[in-house]
Design a protein around this ligand. Structure first.
Ligand code: GDP
Length: 453
């Protein structure tokens, strides 16, 4: 079998990782442990000190971790060479491994092997990427839960429920002359109802899962000079967006991730909404409206030192019936707008005076956001949350097939036809955990991994 190895970035320590039947052979050609020992006698989960050598010359002083099949990440024999960080040394050791018979790993190769070797299912493998890419603690938590197999177990239980009925259906199809326990249409309908509820609950969890994974899409809108960029900067607490005294310079949009009291927000700073004459600005306006349309939360910002004008009214119209917060900015100046003004209060109770310049009111803004999107009702330790669109789509497909199956039962179709539809549900669920997926899908999923994982 081929050997796979990879290097893990640059830092104080670099790791070259190998997996496969012959990885200890390759290692033996380049590693001189301080205390030599036959590989058969080296236990898994141990670390040895020694030197990587080439032509009797020391390349680096290293620690090597040993993992013996099947107790390793990939279930194969594995070793990790902990080197001194630094590109040149790691590259050198990598080259030595390659020269001595190893092959370079593809992105996600190690996790793919863990999946192909049956240690984890596809769903768990995908959650490895989620944990690596997580932008908030909540995302890590849902990722880890899936890695532990909580969702896999749930899917497995639903499948088992279907299989319990299928076994009897199949028997009646194959041996109609035998006196097997007959499954009544009512029993099938009862099973279908039960799994539909479970699948729909999973499907529904994606609403929160999406927010957790992608962040709450938050559009900051307001006419030019209201203070959108200043607010974005104040929230980010660093000057990433350009703040300017001239109107309409934020022509495109800026997106930033921020965690507010554990709630992940994807902030989108739009070009100012205005009745502009020039083409670029017009695009900006259209885009602002479009982004506001698409947002989970709209923060509308007004310059409280000035009376509302037509543009402001246009913005108020955009946020009608939307989840929104109204900010009366520049509260450090003489304010002419009032928080209790019915033009605001008719739209939302979340009206707040702030100063993006000196930070006044920002803490209260954080409180409002965290109250609006508190995931309190979610128990991150116990609830199963779907965060992956592929899983969500397959669950939706399974629900469709549950409905189709129910129709076939209601139409009194022959039992073998009913069985075909029910098998489709099983296939959808099997695709989530990776039992039936094609190589193309597997390759696509693992190509999203980073190298070395
Ligand atoms: P945008 O066009 O909506 O992005 O507005 P900017 O953030 O670029 O701000 C426009 C101008 O208003 C800049 O000169 C900011 O310094 C100023 N500004 C923003 N927020 C405040 C504030 O709270 N108080 C005062 N006094 N000036 C502010």
């Amino acid at each position: 079998m081929l050997q796979y190895l990879r290097l893990h970035g640059i830092g104080g320590i670099g790791i070259v990782r190998m997996s496969g039947d012959r990885c200890f052979d390759v290692l033996s050609k380049i590693f001189r442990p301080k205390k030599d020992e036959k590989i058969e006698n080296v236990k898994g989960y141990t670390i040895k000190y020694g030197f990587i050598v080439e032509n009797n010359e020391i390349v680096d002083e290293v620690l090597v971790s040993y993992f013996k099949a099947p107790k390793s990440y990939t279930t194969e024999n594995m070793c990790e060479i902990n080197t001194h960080g630094g590109n040149i040394v790691i590259r050198k050791i990598l080259d030595l491994c390659l020269k001595n018979g190893a092959n370079l790993a593809e992105p996600g190769e190690f996790t793919k092997r863990a999946f192909l070797n049956g240690r984890i299912d596809l769903l768990q493998a995908e959650s490895v990427i989620d944990v690596i890419n997580a932008k908030s603690e909540k995302e890590v938590k849902t990722g880890i839960k899936q890695l532990e197999g909580v969702l896999s177990k749930k899917i497995k239980n639903i499948k088992q429920e279907i299989l319990d009925i299928m076994v009897n259906l199949d028997v009646s199809i194959d041996y109609p002359e035998y006196d097997v326990e007959e499954v009544t249409n009512n029993e099938i309908l009862h099973m279908l109802d039960s799994i539909q509820i479970k699948l729909e609950n999973l499907e529904k969890s994606f609403d929160n899962g999406k927010l957790i994974k992608e962040g709450i899409k938050t559009a900051i809108i307001g006419k030019p000079n209201a203070g959108k960029s200043s607010l974005l900067n104040a929230i980010l607490k660093e000057d990433r967006a350009i703040v300017t005294e001239y109107e309409g310079t934020t022509r495109d949009t800026i997106e930033e991730f921020v965690n507010i009291e554990g709630i992940p927000l994807k902030l989108i700073d739009t070009a100012g909404i205005r009745n502009a004459k020039d083409e670029v600005e017009k695009i900006g306006i259209a885009k602002s409206k479009e982004i506001a349309n698409d947002a989970d939360l709209i923060i509308a910002i007004f310059d409280s030192s000035k009376e509302l004008n037509e543009e402001d009214i246009e913005i108020l119209n955009i946020i009608k019936n939307r989840k929104s917060i109204i900010l009366l900015n520049k509260s450090d100046l003489n304010s002419v707008l009032d928080e209790n003004d019915s033009r605001f209060k008719n739209i939302t109770d979340n009206v707040l005076k702030i100063s993006a310049l000196n930070g006044y009111g920002l803490e209260e803004l954080n409180c409002i956001i965290s109250k609006m999107f508190s995931f309190d009702e979610i128990n991150f330790d116990n609830d199963v949350i779907i965060t992956n669109l592929r899983h969500k789509n397959l669950i939706s497909k399974a629900i469709e097939n549950v409905k189709k199956s129910r129709n076939t039962v209601n139409e009194n179709m022959p039992i073998d036809i009913i069985a075909i539809y029910i098998k489709d549900i099983l296939e959808d669920l099997g695709n989530i955990t990776g039992e039936f997926v094609t190589d193309d899908i597997i390759n696509e999923i693992f190509s999203k991994f980073c190298l070395g994982k």
